[in-house]
Design a protein around this ligand. Structure first.
Ligand code: PLP
Length: 387
């Protein structure tokens, strides 16, 4: 049997009644939810089996990070990214948003600055303030339909109080896989100004462009590794965000200590089922992962084709993630997300990412649902133009 045929991404699975954040938002209204970043696919069978095995044991006491899991992460990072990591460098977390907030708390003092490039995943915008830091937003620039860092502007906006840069790589929402030269340029600026890098790499397993690869920031060179807090998780790739299990990789012992101190008394351990799922995800699910990427590539093509047929919308190529960042500014719609909601499609508002006039569409769903959502969008725009 062909690998991809072994897995079913096409069947619509009812998620109402499971307290799904994505689906409960619209209750019983006929709105296809295409907002928050989880997928409407079952996790790999191996992950489900591992959780069943763990639940069959029936005792869910306090759980240490399994040594075997630490060894597995180390070998996965070595194999996938040629990154040699000492198990001591791993810090387990119940989620990446926790990690982003802990990093803000750990680095610098009250009123110091934390910089990020917008548009950006919304918790990047709130974490500095929650931890008494000042947020500095540098816009990404779009050139020839391609989102990139504006290094000149970024460097100009650095002050003597800038302590940390929060990087999202691959980037949510613009879907970029940053090249070695882009990452190196960013790292060099951070080096020159003694800035710590918090590198959120949660989407690293979702590279769709076959000629691109994910480069963990910390693998650029030893000096960059020394100033980098890397955050990773199996949750986006294997669709397990409800299981709360993530990790940081911090090679610099001083930085690691600061990070761990900032967690003390506040951050719980991941839950025991999260560990079981992570173990299976990184050791047994290679074929499923490959099949998922193939399905997502076809969904990506479906989205770009459909958006091309809606001339008042546009989007840059999605190199990674299952999220399309759609420019609605030419449509003249004042409230595009409300407009599409009324047409039966629930997108996420660009305002939440720091960029009004844009909307994010999650295409991690069965193609039939995706096509239905895109058709609804097109019909609504066509009707608008006829008025
Ligand atoms: C860039 C990024 N970081 C973090 C998260 C969420 O992480 P967690 O669910 O582990 O808190 C997401 C979810 O969409 C994300 O896109």
């Amino acid at each position: 049997m062909k690998k991809s045929a072994r897995y079913d991404f096409d069947t619509l699975i009812e998620r109402h009644g499971t307290a799904s954040m994505k689906w409960e938002k619209y209750g019983s209204r006929d709105i296809i939810p295409m907002w928050v970043a989880d997928m409407d696919f079952r996790s790999p069978p191996e992950v489900i089996k591992a959780i069943e095995k763990r639940t069959a044991h029936g005792i869910f006491g306090y759980t240490l990070p399994p040594q075997e899991l630490n060894r597995l992460i180390v070998s996965m990072l070595e194999k996938t990214y040629d990154w040699e990591v000492d198990p001591k460098w791993l810090v387990w977390l119940p989620g990446l948003v926790t990690g982003i907030n802990v990093a803000c708390r750990a680095i610098g003092r009250d009123n110091d600055e934390v910089m990020t490039a917008i548009p950006i995943y919304p918790p990047f915008l709130t974490a500095p303030g929650f931890n008494r830091r000042k947020l500095v937003k540098v816009p990404l620039k779009e050139e020839d339909g391609h989102w990139q860092f504006d290094f000149d502007r970024l460097e100009q906006m650095i002050t003597k109080n800038t302590r940390m840069f929060m990087l999202c790589s691959p980037h949510n929402p613009v879907g970029r896989v940053f090249s070695r030269s882009e990452l190196s340029q960013l790292a060099a600026i951070c080096h020159d100004h003694d800035i710590i890098i918090c590198s959120d790499e949660i989407h690293c397993g979702l590279i769709l462009d076959e000629d691109k690869e994910h480069i963990p920031t910390a693998t650029l060179d030893a000096a960059t590794a020394d100033r980098t807090i890397t955050l990773m998780a199996p949750s986006k790739t294997f669709n397990t965000p409800g299981l709360g299990c993530a990790f940081a990789v911090i090679s610099n012992p001083k930085l690691r200590k600061q990070f761990k101190n900032a967690m003390d008394g506040i951050v719980p351990r991941p839950n025991t089922l999260g560990y079981a799922a992570t173990m299976a995800a990184f050791s047994e699910c290679g074929d499923w992962h490959e099949a998922l990427l193939k399905y997502l590539r076809a969904n990506r093509a479906t989205v770009s084709r459909a958006i091309r047929q809606m001339p008042s919308l546009s989007m840059a190529p999605v190199e990674a993630t299952y999220l399309a960042w759609i420019d609605t500014r030419l449509s003249g719609l004042e409230k595009p997300v409300k407009f599409f909601e009324e047409a039966g499609v629930g997108l996420q508002d660009g305002i939440e990412f720091g960029s009004p006039g844009f909307a994010r569409l999650n295409f991690g769903c069965p193609r039939i649902l995706l096509e239905k959502g895109l058709n609804r969008m097109k019909t609504a725009l066509d009707n608008l133009n006829r008025k």
